[in-house]
Design a protein around this ligand. Sequence first.
Ligand SMILES: [Zn+2]
Length: 274
Amino acid sequence: MSTSLQLAARAIHDAQYLLFTAGAGMGVDSGLPDFRGTEGFWRAYPPFQRLGLQFQEVANPRWFISDPQLAWGFYGHRYNLYRATTPHAGFAILKRWADAKDARVFTSNVDGHFQRSGFSEEQVCEVHGSLLHLQCVRPCSNAIWDAGNLKIDIDETTFRTRGELPKCPNCGGLARPNVLMFGDSKWRSERSDEQLNALDAWAGNIPPRQLAVIEMGAGNAVPTVRHFSESMKSQGATLIRINVRESFGPAGTISIDLGAKEALQSIDELLNTG
Ligand SMILES: [Zn+2]
């Protein structure tokens, strides 16, 4: 393990460019629930266990049409939780590294925690959207807007909302988070597409061998982030994969079997003492 950490510190030290890629495991150290497996989801959201609904069934756009109070109960609770939660110490370490190099972020997380940690909008690609942004449920247009300071009142025993729900400013119908859900043909991808184009342009302009990719908490269940990291590696970048359970990767991957926060703190210590 110490060898992997040393290799990672060396790669980050030597790189001119850094790409941070993050999946659900990144948020766990901040105290956010892990939806992996039915048990993890039901532990965080007991009312859905009583309804017999799994994460894949709840994270579905059809509820915004058939039962808006239930849909917004789930997403509103997550919105409130993400806003009330402080990103863990690993985020500040990444921000410090980013300030010393040229760095970008690719994440499947929808919590906005990289921006909360000081990364600029231009640095971040949120490939599955953002819970801090809204769109029309229908949708009546391709508009995506900042959720601002939503007040979603949720009954903690039923996870259903009370009172007003966010509206589309254009048609007056119900609004929903601009997050890619399961079986979601109504998600407006324009914001994420733009971010991805900007990231591709950045990556296309740098020598891959001077790029270190630091991947954190990205599992195989939804492999979008792992694939992106590996595509950078196949072009010549160094891949550091931090993952408690699934740190394996293509030949040459620097695998670190730790949580994101602990791994980043250990690497940072080596960088500061090395
Ligand atoms: Zn609308």
